[in-house]
Design a protein around this ligand. Structure first.
Ligand code: DAH
Length: 339
C-alpha cells in the first residue's frame, strides 16, 4: 500500500470535527482541489501500468471514505444549533433546584443523641432482626409475657427464633455483653410492632434507648439526667414528673411525663385534660438483667430509659397524626427544611 495513502487515512481518522470551522478545515484538508488526496488522484496516470489499477482503487476508496466522513460531520454540525454568546443573559437568576432535607424523625433523633452526647453518652447501633434472647429473655421477660405474643411481635417466618426488635432495649443487652462498666450509651434505632396503624400508633417507629452502669448509680442520678434532657429538648422552663410503672427489665420502674406545652398544664385534648404528657419509660436496671449479661450486680448498678422518637417529634412540632411521618408527602416534609 502506498505510504501516502496510509498517512492520509490516519490523518482522516484523527481529525476531530466539532463545529462549522472544523468542518471547513476538514473539507480544505481532504476534499479541496489542492488537497494531498486530490494530488494523489492526479498521480494515478503516472503510475506504472501494472500497479496503476491497485493504486487507483486505493486512492479512490480513500476519497470516498473522506467524502462519507465529511457528510456525517456535516449532518452532526448542522443539527446542533449553535448558541450565540450574545443570547446568554448571564445576569438571569439560575434555575432553582430543590434539594432534599432531613426527615423530621432523623432531625429529632439526632437532637436527642446530641443532648446525651454532650454529657458523655456514646451512641451505639445494632441489628433490626434480633433473637429472643436479646429482645426478651435477657431482659427478664417471663416466658409467658404477653409482649412475646404474636399480637405484638413480628417473627421471621423461616425461623421464629428470630424476630424484628420490638424495642431498642435489645441494645442494652448487646452493649453489656460486650463492654465492661462503666457503660454510658444511647442506642437510636427503628423498632417494629404488630400494631394496628392509627393516628397514635404505627407498626414501625423509632426509639432511643439509654443505659448507664457504674458503681453506686442512683435513681436520683437518673432523674437529674432526664430533667436535663427534657429541658434541653423542650425548653428551660419544662417541668417533669415521674410516675411508678412496670417494666420487666427495671426495678423500680417509672414513666416520665412533661407538663403539657400546649396548655401549660391547664388541660387540653393533647394531654387528655390532665396537664401532663408521657414521654419515656425508665428505671433502675434489674439485677437479673445485669447477671444475664455477666455483670456483677453486687458491684454495679445502673439506670436505663427508652423513648419513642415520633412521640417526641409530635409534641415538639405539634403533629397530631403519626402516619404523616411515613407517607412521604413532600408538603409535610418540606416544613422541616430549615430545622
Ligand atoms: N423498652 C420500653 C418500650 O419499648 C421503653 C423502656 C422503658 C426502655 C423503660 C427502658 C426502660 O430502658 O428502662 O416501651
Amino acid at each position: 500500500m502506498n505510504l501516502k495513502v496510509v498517512e492520509i487515512k490516519q490523518q482522516l481518522d484523527q481529525f476531530r470535527v466539532e463545529d462549522g470551522a472544523h468542518l471547513e478545515a476538514f473539507r480544505l484538508q481532504f476534499l479541496s482541489k489542492k488537497s494531498e488526496l486530490q494530488e494523489l488522484l492526479g498521480e494515478v496516470k503516472n503510475i506504472a501500468p501494472e500497479l496503476r489499477k491497485e493504486f487507483g482503487q486505493a486512492v479512490n476508496n480513500l476519497k470516498q471514505y473522506a467524502q462519507e466522513l465529511y457528510e456525517q460531520y456535516k449532518n452532526i454540525v448542522e443539527s446542533t444549533t449553535p448558541v450565540q454568546i450574545s443570547e446568554i443573559d448571564v445576569t438571569r437568576p439560575s434555575t432553582l433546584y430543590s434539594s432534599g432535607s432531613l426527615h423530621p424523625v432523623t432531625i429529632v433523633m439526632n437532637q436527642v443523641c446530641e443532648i446525651f452526647e454532650k454529657i458523655g453518652f456514646s451512641s451505639v447501633s445494632g441489628p433490626d432482626i434480633e433473637d429472643d434472647w436479646h429482645v426478651f429473655s435477657a431482659l427478664n421477660f417471663p416466658q409467658d409475657h404477653p409482649a412475646r405474643d404474636m399480637q405484638d411481635t413480628f417473627f421471621v417466618n423461616l425461623n421464629p427464633e428470630f424476630l424484628l426488635r420490638t424495642h431498642t432495649s435489645s441494645l442494652q443487652v448487646r452493649t453489656m455483653e460486650q463492654c465492661k462498666p462503666p457503660i454510658r450509651v444511647i442506642c437510636p434505632g427503628r423498632v417494629y410492632r404488630n400494631e394496628t396503624i392509627t393516628a397514635r400508633s404505627h407498626c414501625i417507629f423509632h426509639q432511643v434507648e439509654g443505659l448507664y452502669i457504674a458503681n453506686d448509680v442512683s435513681f436520683a442520678d437518673m432523674k437529674q439526667v432526664l430533667l436535663y434532657f427534657a429541658q434541653e429538648m423542650f425548653g428551660a422552663d419544662t417541668k417533669i414528673r415521674l410516675r411508678p410503672s412496670y417494666f420487666p427489665f427495671t426495678e423500680p420502674s417509672a414513666e416520665m411525663d412533661i407538663e403539657c406545652k400546649l396548655c401549660s398544664g391547664k388541660g387540653c385534648n393533647v394531654c387528655k385534660f390532665n396537664g401532663w404528657v408521657e414521654i419515656l419509660g425508665c428505671g433502675m436496671v434489674d439485677p437479673n438483667v445485669l447477671e444475664n449479661c455477666k455483670i456483677n450486680s453486687k458491684t454495679y448498678s445502673g439506670y436505663a430509659f427508652g423513648m419513642g422518637i415520633e412521640r417526641i417529634a409530635m409534641l415538639k412540632y405539634k403533629i397530631n397524626d403519626i402516619r404523616l411521618f411515613f407517607e412521604n408527602d413532600l408538603r409535610f416534609l418540606e416544613q422541616f427544611v430549615n430545622e
